[in-house]
Design a protein around this ligand. Structure first.
Ligand SMILES: O=C(O)[C@H](O)[C@@H](O)[C@H](O)[C@H](O)COP(=O)(O)O
Length: 238
C-alpha cells in the first residue's frame, strides 16, 4: 500500500503481516536493485544499518545468488567499538549478511582505532571517497526518538550531520542518547542513493514514524525524507 506526500514528505509504505515476509520482500527489492546497478555500471554499492532489526533481512539477502563479487557493502553508521564487540555493526554484518552467497562481497567498515573519532572519521572519508558513489541502495533503520543513521536528536553537531550540501562522507557523532561515540555517513551521501529503504518494525516505531511525519518539530528521519532525491520506501511489520 502506498501513502505518499504526507505533509510534503514523499514515501511509500509497504506493510507486512509477518517480519519474515518483510525480510524476504526487502531482500528481493535490494537484490534486484544491486543486480540492475551491476548491469548498468559493472558494480554496486550498498550501505546497511545495524541495530536489532535487520538480522532477518540480512539472512534473507545473504542467500540470494546475485553477482556478490561485484558488490561493495559498507555501513550507514557504526558504534566506535571493535568488530569483536557485541555492539559492533561490522560484527553484525559479518555474522548475518556476509555469509552464504553474499560472502563474496567486499566489505568496507567504518570503525578503526585512532587517537579520536574525529581522526577516524577523516580517515574514513578519505578511504570511502574512492568507493563507486552514489549508493545504489541504502537500508536505514529508525529509533523511536526519530533518529536514523546516527543522526541523534541530541547530537552535538546535528546541524552539520543533516547538512544536505555537506562534502563529508563520514562524520563523527557525540550524543548522550547514542551510548558510545558514533561514526555516520553524512545525510548528503544518504539521500543521493538510488533506492532508499527504511526498515522499521513494531507499533512503537510505526507511531514514531507517523508522529515524525506530522510534527512541526523536524526529527532527523523527517530531514532525510525531505532531502531524499526519490521517495523513501518504508518497510514495516508489527
Ligand atoms: O547503529 C545503529 O543502531 C543503527 O544504525 C541505527 O540507526 C538503528 O537503525 C536504529 O537505532 C534502530 O535500531 P534497532 O534496530 O536496534 O531498533
Amino acid at each position: 500500500m502506498a501513502r505518499e506526500q504526507l505533509n510534503g514528505a514523499a514515501y511509500s509504505w509497504h506493510a507486512f503481516a509477518e517480519r519474515q515476509d518483510l525480510a524476504a520482500a526487502l531482500a528481493g527489492h535490494v537484490a534486484g536493485r544491486l543486480t540492475n546497478a551491476i548491469a548498468e555500471r559493472g558494480t554496486a554499492l550498498l550501505a546497511v544499518s545495524g541495530g536489532t532489526t535487520p538480522a532477518k533481512f540480512f539472512a534473507s539477502l545473504s542467500s540470494i545468488p546475485i553477482a556478490w563479487n561485484k558488490v561493495t557493502v559498507t555501513l550507514v553508521d557504526e558504534r566506535c567499538v571493535p568488530a569483536s564487540s557485541p555492539r559492533s555493526n561490522a560484527g553484525l554484518v559479518a555474522a548475518n549478511l556476509l555469509q552464504n552467497a553474499a560472502a563474496a562481497a567486499r566489505f568496507v567498515p567504518l570503525y578503526q582505532e585512532a587517537a579520536s573519532i574525529e581522526d577516524t572519521s577523516e580517515a574514513d572519508s578519505r578511504m570511502l571517497r574512492s568507493l563507486p558513489w552514489p549508493l545504489d541502495v541504502i537500508v536505514l533503520g529508525m529509533g523511536t526518538d526519530g533518529h536514523t543513521a546516527s543522526f541523534f536528536p541530541d547530537a552535538d553537531n546535528l546541524e552539520t550531520l543533516l547538512d544536505p550540501s555537506s562534502e563529508s562522507v563520514v562524520l563523527p557523532v557525540h550524543a548522550t542518547s547514542a551510548g558510545e561515540p558514533r561514526l555516520t555517513l553524512s545525510l548528503a551521501r544518504i539521500v543521493r542513493a538510488g533506492f532508499v529503504a527504511l526498515h522499521i518494525e513494531g507499533e512503537d516505531k510505526r507511531k514514531a514514524f507517523e508522529s515524525a511525519m506530522a510534527s512541526v518539530l523536524r526529527k532527523p528521519i523527517r530531514a532525510v525524507l525531505d532531502a531524499a532525491e526519490r521517495p523513501v520506501q518504508v518497510f514495516w511489520a508489527p
